[in-house]
Design a protein around this ligand. Structure first.
Ligand code: PMP
Length: 425
């Protein structure tokens, strides 16, 4: 054990994100064709990353930009976790690791899940994956056959529709409503549920910051039971709860055998680059998933898994310490937003984002975000990047230092106010 108050290193993000796609193979003048599945993965249309890409270009051109787009901590993985990773590697945990995950890490994840949810969970219910994203892919691969309907909710995390297409499922999006603060209505889901195979939900939610209530989750569970649907519950933000409580739908009556939970070390322990996540579900599905992993990822590096086990065993105090900057900035934001009437805050109950309603400006989220970037060099994500339900909103990631964050929000509100006045004069 080490003292929980260890210093978390601050750093500037020098980011990543792949750029242009690679050209297809050209062999002897013949252009080889990639599969239909992969060439249609993005579904066509705008990918909603225009503002983000413009901001990145400005930064590359030497123009300072306040970056509030991407959901990544402004700290890096804590030194004691890295030291443990180093220890594990130096002790030889660098060969192939057990494909389902090490017994040690699977046990620790099972224990964490059981403690947090009260649902009996053992190693046999857990498979370790290279991050939550891989878990989302694997979970859908486990339950969807080609052309099966896979439901998901709008607004959604940007990769969801592509993930569903990557297993040849047919994505079907159900809109939640701004007037409900984006809590899904069970009746809206039920209206599309007939014949569907799976439903993907995410609470705490990216991009809205909403935490699904018990009533919401019970309604969703009932739809799944009535329609014999798998529930895939993305809970990667489960340690970032500012209001209310995190309820895992796997703990609701009748759900344990039809729920696959996606978890990750990325957000809870600031280990985004370590690519370590998991799926929790029924034993027989986990067995199939292990076969899939054997033929795809072949597991997660052992030294990463050891460091993840070390990090989880530090307990809630460390998770709280990593969540603390977002909790603080959310309080700052509430304070800034309370002093004006132009921009409305969607209840920020969890996760590292704020969803701001800027409809009073008369602009779309995309136009507002572009105008804000031009006028003040502040980059936020248009609500339209996450589907249609959050049109007229922008998502703000709470991922920069408190004072800069406060200033950026004030500027955003003043800018919105100026636009509103221009509108009305
Ligand atoms: N689900 C949601 C809702 C996310 O926001 C993210 C990352 N931004 C992921 C899954 C995937 O995270 P990772 O693969 O890093 O665990």
């Amino acid at each position: 054990m080490y003292p929980i108050g260890f210093a978390l290193s601050q750093l500037t993000l020098t980011n990543q994100i792949a750029s242009a796609p690679l050209p297809f193979n050209t062999l002897g003048g013949l252009t080889m064709k990639a599969s239909q599945r992969i060439t249609t993965l993005l579904g066509g249309g705008s990918d909603g990353w225009g503002v983000f890409n413009r901001a990145r270009q400005m930064i590359a051109d030497g123009i300072p930009v306040t970056e509030l787009t991407i959901g990544e901590h402004d700290i890096r993985t804590a030194a004691p976790i890295l030291q443990d990773m180093h220890r594990a590697a130096m002790e030889g945990h660098t060969g192939y690791a057990a494909v389902p995950g090490t017994a040690h890490l699977r046990d620790i994840i099972a224990e964490r899940v059981q403690t947090r949810t009260g649902v009996p969970t053992t190693r046999a219910n857990v498979m370790v994956t290279p991050g939550g994203q891989s878990a989302l892919f694997s979970a859908h691969n486990a339950v969807c056959d080609p052309d099966d309907t896979a439901l998901y909710l709008d607004p959604y995390y940007a990769t969801y529709p592509g993930t569903l297409r990557s297993v040849s499922a047919t994505p079907l999006c159900i809109q939640t409503r701004a007037e409900d603060a984006f809590q899904p209505r069970a009746a809206d889901i039920a209206a599309q549920a007939k014949g569907a195979t799976s439903l993907l939900i995410n609470s705490p939610n990216n991009p809205t910051g909403v935490v699904y209530s018990r009533a919401t989750l019970e309604g969703i569970a009932q739809v799944c039971i009535d329609n014999d649907i798998w529930l895939i519950s993305d809970e990667v933000y489960d340690t970032q709860i500012w209001e209310g409580e995190h309820i895992s739908p796997r703990a609701l009556p009748g759900m344990i055998d039809r729920t696959l939970v996606v978890g990750s070390m990325s957000k809870s322990h600031a280990m985004t680059g370590s690519r370590c996540g998991w799926i929790v579900g029924p034993e027989d599905v986990i067995e199939h998933l292990i076969n899939l992993a054997t033929h795809t990822t072949y597991g997660v590096p052992g030294f990463i898994q050891d460091a993840a086990a070390f990090a989880i065993t530090q307990g809630e105090a460390l998770e709280e310490e990593i969540a603390a900057p977002f909790r603080r900035r959310r309080a700052i934001a509430k304070n800034v937003l309370a002093k004006q009437n132009t921009v409305a805050l969607v209840p920020a109950q969890g996760a590292m984002y704020l969803m701001l309603d800027i409809r009073s400006t008369g602009l779309s989220g995309e136009d507002f975000a572009n105008a804000l970037l031009d006028a003040h060099h502040i980059a936020v994500m248009p609500g339209e990047s996450f589907g249609q339900a959050a049109a007229g909103h922008v998502r703000v990631a709470m991922t920069i230092a408190d004072s800069a964050f406060e200033q950026a929000l004030k500027t955003l509100c003043q800018f919105a106010d100026t636009l509103t006045q221009t509108e009305t004069t």
